[in-house]
Design a protein around this ligand. Sequence first.
Ligand code: GA4
Length: 330
Amino acid sequence: MVVASTNPLKRSRTKKTKAVGVPTIDLSLKNQDKSTLLDLIIEACQQCGIFKVVNHGISMDVISSLEKNGLDFFTLPPTEKQIAVGPTVSKPFGYGFRNIGNNGDVGDLEYLLLHANIHHTCPPILSEVVKDYVEVVTDLTCELLDLMAEGLWISDKTIFSRFIRDVRSDSLLRLNHYPPIKNYDPAILNGSGERIGFGEHSDPQILTILRSNDVRGLQICMPDGLWFPVQPDPDAFYVMVGDALQVLTNGRFESVKHRAIANNSLTKPRMSIIFFGAPPLNATISPIQDMISPLNPSLYEPFTWLEYKRAMNASRLSDCRLNLFKRRNQ
Ligand code: GA4
C-alpha cells in the first residue's frame, strides 16, 4: 500500500508519499495501464527496496513441483542428503546445515545453494524441477528489470536484464528449509534474544525473487531500525533490490536489509525458494550514465562482480560491503 503519510519505510530523497508495509504490484496491469505500473514499481524500489508481485504469470505447477521435491530432499537422512548432492560439488554450493558463509554466521536452518547456470551444483534428483523453475523465474526477473529501466526513463531498456540473460551470469538459487521447533539452541539467539533462522543482511546481487510457503519468518528492516514482519503469501513473489542494483542506479534504489526469524511452528517447516539474479563474474558494476548528472555525481567506484564476491566472502552476513566501494571525495 502506498499512502500519503509522514513516516515508515521512507527511503527516497524526493518523494511526497511514503510507503507503509510492503507494496503490492499487480503485474497484470501491464496490459491495462502500463504507465501506472511503471510508477508503482519505481516508487516501491525507491521507498522500500522490496515489493510483492501478484498475477506474475508463473505456473503454480512449476512452483509446487520444486517445493515438493525440495521438501522431500530435506526429509532425507543427513548422509543421504550429502550423497544426493554428489561428491563433486564444493563450497559454497551444495547442502549446508546451520553454518552460513565462511566467517562464523549461524542460523537455525538447512539449505541447498545452487548455481543457476552451472548444472552440476544441483542434486540430480532435483535437476529437472530446478531447471524449469530457473527458466521461468529468470524471465520474471528480466521482465521486472526491463520495467524498472523503462520506469526510470532509461533509453536502453534491457540495460539491467542483459546481465541476467548472459549465459555466464552468476545467478544462484537457494532453498532454505527452516525446521519446526525442536529445542532451543542458545548459539542461535541474537543479542536481543531472538531465535534467528538467517541473520540480517542485504542481498549482494541485482535482484532477488523470493517465494515461501505459508509459514512466517521473513522480516525487513525499517529506516528506524525496527523489524517489520512480511506476511507469507505462497501465491506471490517478494522482489528485493540487491546491492548491485543500488550501485547501477547510483543509489536511487536501495538494497533492503532483511532477515528470517527461526520457524515458530511446532509442526510445519518453513521453506523459501530464492533466486538471486546476478551479473557474470567479469562484468563491471558502476552507476549507469543515465543515473549520473552534475547534481547526482557517481557515488561508487567501479568494481567487477568477482571483486564484489571476494569482498562478500571475506565478510560477515550483516557487514555493509558497499561501503568498500563508495567514492570518498564528495
Ligand atoms: C546472502 C545472499 C545469498 O544467500 C548468498 C549468501 C552467501 C552465502 O551463503 O554463502 C553469503 C551472504 C549471501 C553475503 C555475505 C557472505 C556470503 C554468506 C556470507 C556471510 C548466497 C549470497 O550471495 O550472499
